[in-house]
Design a binder for this molecule. Structure first.
Ligand code: 13P
Ligand code: SF4
Length: 306
């Protein structure tokens, strides 16, 4: 895209945002241009907190479907738009309501802790929601004698289980993007940049997590990189985050653990689609009221803990 075309697109978006009383919320993995026109860029927890407190009438949600759905559940009277409805999350599709109901039948006493990367229907069947930023805290808040069923991410579940020193029943889900980051990638990068700190997301496999200096949510990684005295970092998460890291810390160096950690769903949004979305109010995200009410309980319980 030429610079003039991109400038015109940005100006048109800014004008329409004002007319529609709209804000753009963007996840840390979005492409740079999208992050740059957003009112707020953050992790799943930060985005849901922003969605709950904004007084904008329209939220253009640039992330994946479960995030927009969470925003709609927390702000039912607002219009929540997704510029591209195809932006789903592979992990969220790894458990269906039928599978969860069967699991609950097998473990009727278990408390269900559900990663936010799930559909509203799954959240509606859960006791607690959690994000990568607070999974450990949520698990720790549950009385010791209770059995916990943690869904759907087995790697985040394994991490939370070790940190909280708590045995849990884990579902077999995972993020295909994070699974592409291999322990040997970290080894290679460490040999290349021996002074760099290794920051990884808890969706990474246990062998990658074992090699990390810090295991953090996406916003946790951004916060840590700013505060740390180190000048170099190896980043074990989706590569879209490098835009924000580099923008906020121009004097520091960031190396992706693997260039293959690229979530194609997160990359479906772009400036053109945001403009069309604002022009024609596309594509509204709806959650049936009964599901929204039950899903909200699990999200509210999480927000109370943090
Ligand atoms: P965060 O909540 O850490 O931003 O993670 C969301 C996600 O989809 C990671 O793959
Ligand atoms: Fe889902 Fe993984 Fe993409 Fe995050 S990076 S949205 S968990 S597929």
């Amino acid at each position: 895209m030429t610079e003039a075309k991109s400038e015109k697109l940005v100006n048109d978006i800014l004008k329409l945002k004002e007319e529609r009383k709209a804000i753009v919320l963007a996840h840390n993995y979005q492409i740079g241009e999208v992050q740059d026109i957003a009112e707020f860029v953050g992790d799943s927890l930060g985005l849901s907190q922003q969605a709950a407190k904004t007084d904008a009438e329209v939220i253009v949600f640039c992330g994946v479907h479960f995030m927009a759905e969470t925003a709609k559940i927390l702000s039912p009277n607002k219009t929540v738009l997704m510029p591209d409805l195809n932006a789903g999350c592979a992990m969220a599709n790894m458990i269906t309501p039928r599978q969860l109901k069967e699991m609950k039948k097998k473990h009727p006493e278990a408390v269900v802790v559900t990663y936010v990367n799930t559909t509203a229907e799954i959240k509606a069947e859960s006791d607690y929601c959690c994000t990568s930023a607070n999974a450990v805290k949520v698990v720790q808040s549950i009385p010791q004698e209770k059995e916990i069923l943690f869904i759907p991410d087995k790697y985040l579940g394994d991490f939370a289980s070790r940190q909280a020193n708590r045995k849990m029943i884990l579902w077999e889900g995972y993020c295909p993007t994070h699974r592409r980051i291999l322990a040997e990638d970290i080894l290679k990068k460490k040999a290349q940049y021996p002074k760099a700190e290794v920051l990884v997301h808890p969706e990474c496999t246990p062998d990658v997590i074992a090699m990390a200096d810090k295991v953090l949510s996406t916003s946790g990684i951004c916060r840590y990189a700013k505060e740390s005295n180190s000048g170099e970092f190896i980043i074990g998460t989706e590569i879209g985050i490098l835009h924000r890291l580099q923008k906020e810390n121009p004097q520091k160096k960031f190396y992706p653990a693997s260039n293959l950690a690229d979530c194609s769903n997160m990359k479906l949004n772009n400036l053109e689609k945001i403009l069309w979305s604002l022009e024609d109010m596309l594509y509204p995200v709806e959650v049936p009221p009964d599901i929204a009410r039950r899903a909200k309980r699990s999200i509210d319980r999480m927000l109370e803990i943090v």
